[in-house]
Design a protein around this ligand. Structure first.
Ligand code: LHQ
Length: 267
C-alpha cells in the first residue's frame, strides 16, 4: 500500500479542509510521491463542493525542509552525472504550485516550524501565511548550488521587493518568523501553540465569506503585478459584471439591508 505522506481531513460539519504534510522524521522533506499526493489533495479540495477554505500545515516540529535531498531522483550520482533534476520541477513541483494558485477556495498556510527551500516556496504560494514565532524560514538553494525554484524567484520580489529578495536569495540566511512578517514575506506570526488555532479561525472566517469573489480577488491581484491600470480596470469590470449575477451578491446586499448575517454559498 502507498504510504500516506499527505493527510487530508474535513469534518462533515465544517467547510474547512486541513492538509498535513506527514514525514515528520525528515521535517516533511518532499519526495516525488509526496508531491503527487499534495497536488491530488489540493485538487480534491477544489473539487469538493462543501469545502470553502483550506489550511495547510506540517506534522511534527517542522513545516517542510524542501526537496528530500536523499531522494535518488535528485541525489548526485557519480554513475549518472547527467541526471536532470529539472524533470522533478516540470512533473511534480510546477503542477503543485499551479494547483495551489488555482485552488477553488482560499488557502491558509500554518507554518508550524522550519520552512526551507521549496518548502518555503510552497508556503508562500498560499494566500495567507501564518508562522509560529519559533519557526525559521530559509531559502537555502544557494547553499547547494541551485537557484530559488517552485515559484520563489517570482514570488519573492513581489512580496518583499528586489533588494530584500536578493538579500534572502543570495545570502540564504535564516529569517525569523517575526522578521518575515515585518518584511511582508508572510502575513502574521503567532505563538507556537496558537499557529494552528489561528489558522483554523482565519480559515473559518474565510469559509463564511463569498468564496468565488475571494478566489477571483486572488486572481486579480496576481495578474495585476504583470499588468497595467487599464488592463486591471477592465479585468475588474469583467469579473464584477459576472459577480453581479451571483447568488452571493444578492445575498450580501439583502443581508445588509435586512440587518442580518449573510449566508453565502457560491463556489
Ligand atoms: C532532510 C532534509 C532534506 C532530506 C532535513 N532532505 N532530509 C527542487 C528540485 C530539484 C532539486 C533540488 O531541489 C529542489 C528544491 C529544494 O527544495 S532545494 C532545497 C532543499 N532543502 C534544503 O537544502 C534544506 C536542508 N535542510 C536543512 O538545511 C536543515 O535540515 C533545516 C534548516 C531545514 C533544519 O535544520 P535542523 O532543525 O537543525 O534539523 P536537522 O538538519 O537536524 O534535520 C532533521 C532531520 O531531517 C535530519 O535527519 P536525521 O536522520 O539526521 O535526524 C535531516 O537529515 C533531515 N532533513 N532536511 N531537505
Amino acid at each position: 500500500m502507498t504510504e500516506r505522506f499527505i493527510l487530508l481531513d474535513r469534518a462533515p460539519d465544517t467547510a474547512v479542509a486541513v492538509l498535513r504534510l506527514n514525514r515528520p522524521a525528515q521535517l516533511n522533506a518532499l519526495t516525488a510521491d509526496m508531491l503527487v499526493q499534495w497536488r491530488e489533495a489540493v485538487e480534491a479540495v477544489s473539487a469538493d463542493a462543501n469545502a470553502r477554505a483550506l489550511v495547510i500545515t506540517g506534522e511534527g516540529r517542522g513545516f517542510c525542509a524542501g526537496q528530500d535531498l536523499a531522494d535518488p531522483l535528485v541525489a548526485p550520482d557519480p554513475e549518472q552525472p547527467s541526471k536532470d533534476i529539472g524533470h522533478l520541477l516540470n512533473h511534480y513541483y510546477i503542477p503543485l504550485v499551479q494547483a495551489l494558485r488555482e485552488c477553488a477556495v482560499p488557502t491558509v498556510c500554518a507554518v508550524n516550524g522550519v520552512a526551507a527551500g521549496a518548502g518555503l516556496s510552497l508556503a508562500l504560494a498560499c494566500d495567507l501565511v501564518i508562522a509560529s514565532e519559533a519557526a525559521s524560514l530559509v531559502l537555502g538553494f544557494n547553499k547547494i548550488g541551485l537557484i530559488p525554484d517552485a515559484g520563489a524567484s517570482w514570488l519573492l520580489p513581489r512580496l518583499v521587493g528586489r533588494a530584500k529578495a536578493l538579500e534572502l536569495a543570495l545570502l540564504g540566511d535564516k529569517l525569523s518568523a517575526a522578521e518575515a512578517a515585518r518584511t511582508g514575506l508572510i502575513a502574521r506570526t503567532a505563538p507556537a501553540d496558537q499557529v494552528l488555532p489561528l489558522a483554523m479561525a482565519t480559515a473559518d472566517r474565510l469559509a463564511a465569506m463569498p468564496t468565488r469573489a475571494l478566489v477571483q480577488t486572488r486572481q486579480l491581484i496576481d495578474n495585476s503585478l504583470d499588468s497595467n491600470l487599464d488592463i486591471a480596470l477592465r479585468a475588474e469590470s469583467r469579473l464584477q459584471s459576472q459577480l453581479g449575477f451571483s447568488f452571493d451578491y444578492a445575498e450580501g446586499v439583502n443581508a445588509f439591508q435586512q440587518k442580518r448575517p449573510p449566508q453565502f454559498r457560491d463556489r
